[in-house]
Design a protein around this ligand. Structure first.
Ligand code: T1G
Length: 719
């Protein structure tokens, strides 16, 4: 029994032109109904003698957003994509793709089988399949290199980043840009071609490939790019192999056959499922399950940031990059000047690296204004406080903001772990108070933890989530609990890394093991980057006793080893370099502290290191899910991939645990419980799901939750 087909194609005619409009809202993926519609209507237009030309376009804001990602791993209905595209490519009548918006993946590949391509100036085109652990499997790896040359094509397919219509025209991906009505311009363009005996097919354009034959640098550069930007990923190598085939095979269809083989290998590779989990996971994370979709948003036309330090400056850049004018307030003139200088320098670096034009820089810098006075914030719609972590100071600032800003303004704190309700309690508008935990550098890192206070209103939450989308952030909701999601999970991970150091593993072994697992940076390199002295000074200042797992770091600080900032920490660094060099001189300190704490040092395998650090994340994640601090396990995966350097091709810690099997996870934790029974006690939800041979998913409902959440009740390693 075939399911009802999804999506459709609208067929209309204008004189001697047939117009096929892909209609599968909101972004027109090539679902079963679209594939069926394309196949049917191309042949209908070809059989209709009154028709001399065909235009293919999309309904709404998108041309075609690619293959239907939700179909991967399922048995697809309707004709397959190759059949539909063959109909278009071998149409007797010329076909023009009128690209009215996003043409991505299979969407661009569909345009590439057309004879001609025209876009609006807002159109964007790209082959982002690599972001899904896939490759352009509908001819993209064979046709795009023919149009723009293998080197440019490889850059586009390995970055997965779309390009603008202007750039697409420059590179030859499209033939023209419509400045007025796209369909009218497309009809005019096609009318001029209709009389021609032949119409170009991309498959026949071999010049650029033949030119590249023997030019090994093309593939070598692509391999270098892939290993630099996509470490551990399977698909990039497959993409390069496809283009190598395109270069060396004379017969187009032989190259296509290779592409299909390599595509299949990507499809069955577990990375594909993990990366598609993240694609849909990011979209799911942007939804708050108990807040209605139609909740009205508070209009955000102007913003403010309190604090012009590293975080404040980065947050201000996010507002400006989203076209929102922003005031940066600091009480200290010198700080303000320095802060504005850092913002200008960051943008200047982007201009120098060609990632923005001088003109674009002038526009965004024009949106950022410094101020020393709270009064200037009277008409802003949102303020983000970004000063250092001190509750009393933040409460003082929120009292001032409560007075200075209009009563409708949203007041947000960039705290990375302080009690949002305690901050809100000093204002007369706790329903307008929320946490917006950005990650450093805030203008680069995609993660945004949106912390929901007990009184944060639906409107406040929905509005901040929509701002996160405008800033192109991966926004994830956390309830107000110590360490929120990311830092809370990190505690167990770092605790295990430090215990492994005490038990005999060395920093570079632990870091290499976790980096070979795919983490972007090992914990000890991370600690050296952040600075070992932050915790040490805080403990000295507060006269706080050093916990066991900080004893080594504190001992290093006593030896004036603070990390990268003074070129020595767990590693040594040559002047001006960030490359970590082993520091054998530290080993005596490690041995002494292990001895002083009766910890026997032993050989430890890389697998034990990986399992203990990653499963510590998973177990705390299960506790967070049980408490409902995170709405769903996928949210924690989004947090770890966008904020803590977890490899996207493993799908995040919770997805990784699901793929391993929760019974296997429990088994490993039980093995480790000999080392520390309390720490390795499985979270009740993890035990329950493993017993049911189930997997992590949505958080248990309010009633199912074992523990009632409160800032006071929950404790993270004494932080
Ligand atoms: N398939 C299925 N659903 C899709 C989809 C797709 N290709 N693209 C988007 N959606 C859903 C999405 O989950 C969301 O659903 C809604 O549409 C709106 O999306 C053979 C193998 C186009 C830039 O990788 O990058 O072609 O959450 O919230 O921010 O070679 O969507 O509302 O239920 O993201 O405006 C390659 C994927 C596929 C592009 C629009 N294509 N899409 O962004 O909206 S593989 C892609 C995007 C392929 C061929 C291969 C973005 C967008 P819901 P949204 P947006």
């Amino acid at each position: 029994m075939t399911n009802e087909l999804k999506g459709k194609v609208n067929y209309t005619t204008k004189g001697n032109i047939a117009i096929l409009e892909v209609d599968n809202p909101p972004v027109n993926p090539l679902s079963s109904g679209v594939r069926a519609g394309l196949t049917e209507y191309i042949s209908k237009a070809n059989e209709d003698d009154s028709i001399e030309g065909i235009i293919l376009t999309g309904a709404g804001r998108s041309f075609i957003a690619g293959a239907d990602i939700s179909e991967f791993g399922q048995k697809p209905d309707g004709p397959d994509l190759h059949t539909a595209l063959r109909e278009i490519e071998f149409s007797k009548k010329p076909v023009l793709a009128a690209i009215n918006g996003t043409a991505l993946g299979g969407g661009l590949e569909t345009a590439l089988v057309c004879n001609y391509r025209m876009g609006t100036n807002k159109a964007i085109v790209g082959l982002p399949e690599v972001n899904l652990g896939l490759l352009p499997g509908a001819g993209g790896t064979q046709r795009l290199p023919r149009l723009i040359g293998p080197s440019q094509a490889l850059k586009m397919m390995l970055s997965g980043t779309p390009i603008s219509a202007k750039k697409a025209l420059q590179q030859g991906v499209i033939d023209a840009i419509s400045e007025n009505s796209l369909i009218d311009d497309a009809i005019m363009f096609l009318q001029e071609k209709i009389g021609q005996s032949e119409h170009p097919k991309v498959r026949d354009k071999n010049e650029k490939l033949i030119e590249a034959r023997g030019a090994d640098n093309v593939l070598a550069e692509a391999r270098a790019l892939a290993s630099k930007t996509r470490r551990g990923q399977f698909a990039p190598g497959q993409i390069i192999a496809c283009v190598e085939a395109a270069i060396n095979e004379d017969d187009f269809d032989v190259g296509m056959k290779k592409e299909s083989e390599y595509f299949l290998e990507c499809l069955i590779n577990p990375q594909r499922e993990a990366m598609i989990h993240i694609f849909f996971g990011e979209r799911a994370a942007s939804k708050i399950s108990d807040i209605p979709k139609e909740t009205p948003l508070h209009p955000i036309q102007k913003a403010g940031v309190v604090g012009s330090g590293t975080m404040g400056g980065g947050i201000a850049m996010n507002f400006a990059n989203s076209g929102i004018p922003v005031l940066v307030l600091d009480q200290d003139e010198k700080n303000l000047e320095r802060g504005m200088g850092v913002i200008d320098k960051n943008y200047q670096m982007m201009v120098e690296r060609g990632r923005m034009t001088q003109e674009q820089k002038d526009i965004v810098m024009g949106l950022i204004s410094p101020t020393l006075s709270y009064e200037d914030l009277a008409d802003v719609d949102i303020v983000v406080e970004a000063v250092y972590e001190n509750l009393e100071l933040k409460q003082e600032i929120f009292r001032s903001l409560d007075e200075a800003t209009n009563e409708n303004a949203i007041l947000a704190s960039n705290t990375s772990g302080l009690d949002i309700d305690a901050i809100a309690s000093v204002t007369n508008r706790p329903e307008k108070v929320v946490g917006t935990h950005f990650f450093s550098p805030a203008n680069i890192m995609r993660l945004l933890e949106v912390v929901r206070g007990q009184d944060s209103s639906d409107e406040t939450m929905a509005t901040v989530m929509s701002i996160g989308k405008r800033m192109k952030k991966a926004s994830v909701v956390s309830l107000n609990a110590p360490g929120f999601i990311g830092n809370r999970m990190l505690y167990g991970y770092t605790y295990q890394a430090n215990m492994l150091l005490l038990e005999g593993a060395l920093p570079n072994q632990i870091d290499n093991a976790l980096e070979s697992f795919g983490m972007s940076m090992g914990p000890f390199r991370m600690m050296d980057l952040v600075g070992l002295d932050l915790g040490w000074r805080a403990r000295k200042l507060g006269n706080i006793e050093t916990p066991l797992t900080n004893k080594i770091a504190d001992a290093l600080c006593e030896q004036d080893r603070f990390g990268q900032k003074n070129s020595k920490g767990f590693y040594n660094y040559s002047e001006g370099s960030r490359a970590p060099n082993p520091a054998p001189e530290n080993e005596d300190i490690y041995k002494e502290i292990s001895d002083n704490n009766n910890i026997a040092r032993r050989e430890i395998s890389d697998q034990e290191i990986i399992d203990r650090c990653i499963l510590a994340l998973v177990n705390e994640g299960a506790q967070i899910l049980e408490e409902g601090v995170a709405q769903r396990s996928g949210d924690m995966d989004i947090v770890y991939i966008n904020g803590y350097g977890f490899p996207i091709w493993r799908g995040g810690p919770m997805f990784y645990a699901n793929q391993q099997g929760l019974d296997k996870v429990i088994e490993k934790m039980n093995n480790f419980s000999k080392l520390d029974e309390e720490f390795w006690k499985p979270a009740p939800l993890l035990q329950k799901l493993a017993d049911e041979s189930s997997v992590f998913g949505e958080a248990p409902t309010q009633n199912e939750r074992a523990t009632k959440l409160s800032f006071k009740k929950t404790n993270i390693g004494g932080v």
